[in-house]
Design a protein around this ligand. Structure first.
Ligand SMILES: CC(C)(COP(=O)(O)OP(=O)(O)OC[C@H]1O[C@@H](n2cnc3c(N)ncnc32)[C@H](O)[C@@H]1OP(=O)(O)O)[C@@H](O)C(=O)NCCC(=O)NCCSC(=O)C[C@H](O)C(=O)O
Ligand SMILES: [Mg+2]
Length: 285
């Protein structure tokens, strides 16, 4: 399976400094893990967190979850050493914080070999304006929305409907879709507010996001449910494909199901739904 087709319904940040959380991650039903060396780790702990995380990755046990390492910015005193330490460990991806331009990605890509991709935190106004170029940068594997940093830089209000962030979210989605890479939504900070998280996941899903970044294990089930096809969606997809196939067999180019037309583009969407379901089943088996 191409990396871009792997499910990313739930993408959990784990501070690289927290041994207990790193151990726990091997048992959690998440699609992907972001091992964080950036904002979740205090400056005094940066070096020890790097070593703790490297040991954990060498010990393994995280598969089939995607392993993504968020390094410190390459403009900080830790970034270059982070990259030098984790590139040889061949995680699925290195996540670069606060990406502003495609050149930021190209510079990091030069340090990588093998299959490791680069994911970009989209969380600065300049980065959002350059989203299309960043999405097509070398080794680019996916976008992660950094809605906290973005809100800080935009100086916008924290609203439940995320209206002030909509342009940025949709700009990044457009860029990601044009380049054929996944786009994962930002975190929901109130990690004990299940209803709030559910609503924000539904909104992200409506927009077209592939999943949600999370900060606490209690958020995983809600994200997995929101971003996975429901039984009703899967059943509709199967009926649409069957109706279209029957129409084609009768020499028609269009089918009608439940009073709605079904064209080949709807069948593409239906097939994508079923492929996603199969990928989730494979991951969970
Ligand atoms: C938010 C937390 C600080 C809460 O921690 P705590 O109060 O310790 O939580 P609990 O006691 O409820 O924990 C229960 C058990 O779960 C484990 N745990 C907690 N969090 C995680 C985790 N993220 N991954 C794995 N396991 C976790 C605890 O170890 C407990 O286990 P057990 O001992 O078995 O009971 C904490 O959740 C936390 O640190 N979360 C991560 C915060 C983080 O990574 N922040 C940075 C990323 S967000 C960001 O930067 C976004 C972006 O850049 C932007 O700009 O928007
Ligand atoms: Mg951030």
């Amino acid at each position: 399976m191409r990396q871009s087709d792997r499910p990313v319904r739930s993408v959990l940040y784990i501070p690289g400094s927290k041994l207990r959380a790193l151990e726990k991650a091997r048992t959690l039903p998440v699609d992907a893990i972001i091992f964080d060396l950036e904002d979740a780790v205090a400056p005094d702990e940066k070096v020890s967190a790097r070593n703790t995380l490297a040991d954990a990755l060498k010990s393994g046990g995280f598969a089939p979850r995607q392993c993504i390492v968020r390094i410190n910015g390459t403009d900080t005193k830790w970034g270059a050493d982070d990259l030098a330490m984790f590139a040889p460990l061949a995680p699925d991806a290195i996540l670069l914080p606060k990406v502003n331009t495609s050149e930021d990605v190209a510079a990091a890509a030069k340090e990588l070999t093998g299959e490791t991709l680069i994911w970009a935190m989209m969380e600065t106004p300049e980065g959002i304006l350059n989203a299309a170029a960043i999405a097509r940068a070398p080794r680019m594997g996916g976008f992660v929305m950094g809605t906290n940093d973005l809100a800080k830089d935009l100086n916008c209000r924290d609203r439940a409907d995320r209206l002030p962030l909509m342009t940025a979210l949709q700009t990044c989605l457009l860029a990601a879709r044009a380049a054929g890479i996944p786009c994962v939504d930002g975190v929901f900070n109130a990690f004990r507010d299940d209803n709030g998280l559910r609503a924000e996941c539904e909104q992200g899903c409506d927009l077209g996001m592939d999943g949600k970044t999370l900060i606490h294990p209690a958020q995983i089930a809600i994200a997995n449910a929101a971003f996975g096809p429901t039984d009703a969606e899967a059943e509709l997809a199967r009926r649409q494909i069957a109706a279209f196939d029957a129409a084609i067999a009768e020499g028609k180019g269009v089918a009608v199901l439940d009073g709605r037309i079904i064209e080949n583009l709807h069948v593409d969407t239906a097939r994508r739904t079923l492929a996603k379901l199969a990928a989730i089943a494979a991951l969970e088996s």
